[in-house]
Design a protein around this ligand. Structure first.
Ligand code: AMP
Ligand code: ZN
Length: 114
């Protein structure tokens, strides 16, 4: 936890372009955006991934999705659509071991992912 980059963003120890914060969650711009809008929503509590988080707090994901949809509307994404991604573990392509939802929008995104 001490070296976790997202814990450090949540605590303000390292800077990020914050878009939302409350007692439980923080949202900020992805440092390497893959779409015109690319933000990340994280819980302040460190969970390695969605599986660990849901075992500890079964309604956490739902509360996170409330933040996701609120931000998507604020960013003007809900009309044209957007994508929510939660990469999990090695096969999921997760590179930062602190639960996060990506919110991507502002362009068409193809399917399936690589
Ligand atoms: P994932 O591959 O799903 O674990 O996604 C991690 C995301 O975190 C990537 O899209 C990175 O660009 C992003 N990221 C890593 N470090 C930072 C940072 N300091 N500030 C903002 N986004 C970051
Ligand atoms: Zn963390």
């Amino acid at each position: 936890m001490g070296e976790c980059v997202f814990c450090k963003i949540a605590s303000g120890e390292i800077p990020a372009k914050l878009l939302y914060q409350d007692d439980e969650f923080v949202a900020f711009a992805d440092i390497n955006p893959q779409a015109p809008v690319h933000l990340l929503v994280i819980p302040r509590t460190h969970y390695a991934n969605i599986v660990e988080a849901q075992k500890a707090d079964a309604s956490l994901g739902g509360r996170m999705l409330s933040v996701v949809t609120r931000l998507a509307e604020e960013q003007g994404l809900s009309g044209q659509g957007f994508r929510v991604v939660c990469n999990t573990g090695n096969n999921g392509g997760q590179t930062v071991g602190h639960l996060h939802f990506h919110v991507l929008g502002g362009r068409f995104m193809s399917w399936p992912p690589g």
